[in-house]
Design a protein around this ligand. Structure first.
Ligand SMILES: *Cc1c(COP(=O)(O)O)cnc(C)c1O
Length: 380
């Protein structure tokens, strides 16, 4: 194991203003959930995203759980979801007792294939089981094709929930990621493009939807001097201190998107011409935030597998990671239905997420490139 400091996949990168906001929160003694920083963070995020109503929550998974609850998802419902995603995107479907059905990606964007979505909607409608919702993931910071998905769903009155956990700062047809669905969930977990250490947010055009989401996130208390409950809620609110970090991070976001995109371009310039190496494509309809740089390795052409590269980097204390293992391949979902699957299976087989920290030094970058090239032996 190398003695050099570990290079992480996507470590937090503070912008400088975070501590000022945290100090302000301390000075006002709002060391609690609920407080002016939470409202400030929600307002800042609404301004950034153009989605007017926002509820700051404890995680992206919590945001999706509340989204499922608000859409009335219940036991036995069918909810269609991206197969190529992180578990937090789909576990909230199961929290409601509903059944996820997984949709493959398309080659051009790696996001949910609108044609397969249409097949699934038609099949389930024909069976008299109209899907109750669709949860689509914006993979690795690239927006899914919301309009194409919506054109299938609107005809059938099926709401689109956008899992924009990875796409903060990305755009779709000039609009911020997440805008254009019934609601959108964002994550500020420690490895995301901006972080509050841990946190999430639910955003929607509909004010009542978000007012009720906030209420659900704070144990669904009725207005009364004592604790009165007619419904069961959750303890999912973001704390004031965490929101203070988020306000600082939002200031740094445009710079982070620039840095992530520049790092992606640097990887492409250094490796893109090697035999068997390709990178995640960018759809013409938007600008990805390039949260993670993802490379595809054709083992035959490159003469090394993505796993060989991952292990070579790991021996030098450098973190890289396979592409998400598709949900339809997960043991926990072995009984779930799925549409297609071969596209995300091959992305899982060939993909490697490269170190994508925005504070990475040129020396670290050069070391990573040399190690990757070294895996191909003396052919390169
Ligand atoms: C990170 C992530 C989540 C979950 O967010 P948390 O804040 O970690 O709960 C959900 N979906 C996707 C696609 C993610 O990458």
């Amino acid at each position: 194991m190398s003695t050099q400091n570990r290079i992480y996949l996507s470590p937090p990168h503070m912008g400088g203003k975070e501590l000022e906001f945290v100090q302000e929160a301390f000075a006002s003694n709002f060391i609690a959930p609920l407080g002016p920083m939470v409202t400030g963070f929600e307002n800042d995020f609404a301004a950034l995203s153009g989605i007017p109503h926002c509820a700051a929550l404890s995680s992206g998974t919590a945001a999706l759980h509340i989204a499922m609850r608000q859409l009335g998802i219940s036991a036995g419902d069918i909810v269609l979801a991206s197969s190529l995603t992180f578990i937090g995107s789909v576990s909230p479907i199961t929290f409601m007792g509903a059944e996820p059905v997984f949709i493959d990606s398309d080659h051009a964007t790696w996001n949910m294939d609108p044609n397969l979505l249409e097949d699934a909607v038609k099949d389930y409608c024909r069976k008299g089981k109209t899907p109750a919702a669709v949860v689509v993931t914006d993979l690795y910071g690239q927006c899914a094709d919301y309009d194409a998905l919506r054109s299938v769903l609107d005809r059938n009155g099926i709401p689109l929930v956008i899992d924009a956990a990875e796409s903060v700062g990305a755009t779709y047809k000039g609009r911020h990621a997440g805008k254009g669905g019934a609601c959108a969930a964002f994550s500020f977990n420690g490895n995301k493009i901006i972080t509050t250490s841990g946190g999430g947010l639910l955003a929607a055009e509909d004010e009542a939807f978000i007012t009720r989401s906030r209420w659900l996130s704070q144990q669904a208390r009725e207005t009364a001097p004592h604790y009165e409950h007619r419904e069961i809620g959750y303890n999912y609110r973001m704390s004031n201190i965490v929101a203070a970090i988020g306000r600082g991070q939002l200031i740094a976001l445009p710079e982070r998107v620039r840095q992530k995109r520049a790092l992606f371009d640097k990887y492409v310039a250094a490796l893109g011409n090697l035999p068997g190496i390709r990178f995640m494509p960018e759809a013409a309809y938007g600008e990805a935030n390039r949260w993670l740089t993802v490379m595809l390795v054709n083992e035959k052409e490159f003469c090394a597998s993505p796993e060989t590269i991952r292990l070579a980097l790991d021996r030098e204390n450098i973190e890289s990671r396979p592409v998400w293992k598709p949900m339809h391949m997960q043991p926990v979902f072995k009984d779930c239905d799925n549409y297609g699957g071969s596209v995300c299976e091959s992305l899982f087989a060939e993909g490697l997420c490269l170190p994508s920290g925005t504070a990475m030094t040129d020396a670290d970058f050069d070391r990573i490139i040399a190690l990757i090239k070294g895996c191909a032996g003396d052919r390169i």
